[in-house]
Design a protein around this ligand. Structure first.
Ligand SMILES: C[S@@+](CC[C@H](N)C(=O)[O-])C[C@H]1O[C@@H](n2cnc3c(N)ncnc32)[C@H](O)[C@@H]1O
Length: 244
């Protein structure tokens, strides 16, 4: 078996990762030896008795900024050759499923979780990737780092039931589209019926229905994904043209 993916979260609030590390798919993947995760307390790399990691911004302005010294010491203590150093920031590149695929093929991810008003600009030189999880501002980088790690871990072979097929048929998988609507039992609930094709048990018709639904849903909600067409799996192009 190959070496587990190593993920380090550098944070001033390590307690925020307790639930993430101990529950569900990430915890099971760690138990199965697919991933190894550590939280690293940034304050351990502070040089004063009060374990300070922030300071006032030059030029004034509200709030505090993260100081460079503890970050440089922490990253230099943990990084390995070829590690991806991922700095979380609202001004980073917008995270997408293709990044998850890229990170899943790495050997070591080091996640830098900002706090306060963010990082002194010089800390960004440490990063190989500066990542935003969307156009909104959170109080810290712990939730973005956990979101990124979760999306990466579920791509590791063996992490989720159904294997590669399960992740490739999801939204943004190999078709590059949104996933089609899904149903479970009962076949009718409060007057809402499961589409006839799905209960019929006909696999070919079901596969065709799902493709059409995925194209329709994507055209309505995220037309730009259809315009990016290059990632479509064989057979999706015709369906796309039909639905236009
Ligand atoms: C309050 S935010 C700082 C926001 C910063 N002053 C700005 O306007 O861009 C504190 C930290 O939360 C994290 N963060 C907040 N929103 C984020 C987002 N959308 N994506 C990634 N990280 C985010 C970053 O680590 C950031 O340094």
């Amino acid at each position: 078996m190959s070496e587990p993916l190593q993920i380090d979260f550098i944070t001033a609030f390590p307690g925020m990762f307790e639930g993430f590390l101990s529950e569900s798919i990430p915890a099971r993947a760690a138990a199965a030896g697919l991933v190894r995760m550590r939280t690293i307390d940034l304050r351990d790399f502070s040089s004063d008795r009060r374990r300070t990691v922030d300071d006032r911004p030059y030029g004034g302005g509200p709030g505090m900024l993260m100081k460079p010294e503890p970050w440089y010491q922490a990253v230099e203590a943990v990084r390995t050759p070829g590690a991806r150093i991922i700095l979380t920031s609202p001004s980073g590149r917008r995270y997408a499923q293709r990044d998850a695929g890229l990170f899943a093929s790495a050997t070591h991810l080091v996640m830098l979780c900002g706090r306060y008003e963010g990082f002194d600009e010089r800390i960004k030189r440490l990063a190989t990737d500066e990542i935003s999880i969307g156009d909104f501002v959170l109080s810290g980088g712990e939730i973005p780092a956990a979101a990124i790690a979760d999306s990466v871990i579920r791509l590791l072979p063996g992490a989720i039931g159904g294997g590669r097929e399960a992740t490739e048929s999801e939204s943004f998988g190999s078709s590059g589209m949104l996933e089609s609507p899904q149903y479970t039992r009962p076949p009718e609930f409060r007057g809402m019926k499961v589409p006839e094709t799905l209960v019929s048990g006909n696999h070919a018709e079901t596969a065709d229905w799902r493709k059409r639904q995925a194209v329709d849903l994507t055209a309505r909600r995220r037309p730009e994904l259809l315009a990016q067409g290059g990632t479509f799996a064989a057979g999706y192009d015709d369906l796309t043209r039909e639905s236009r």
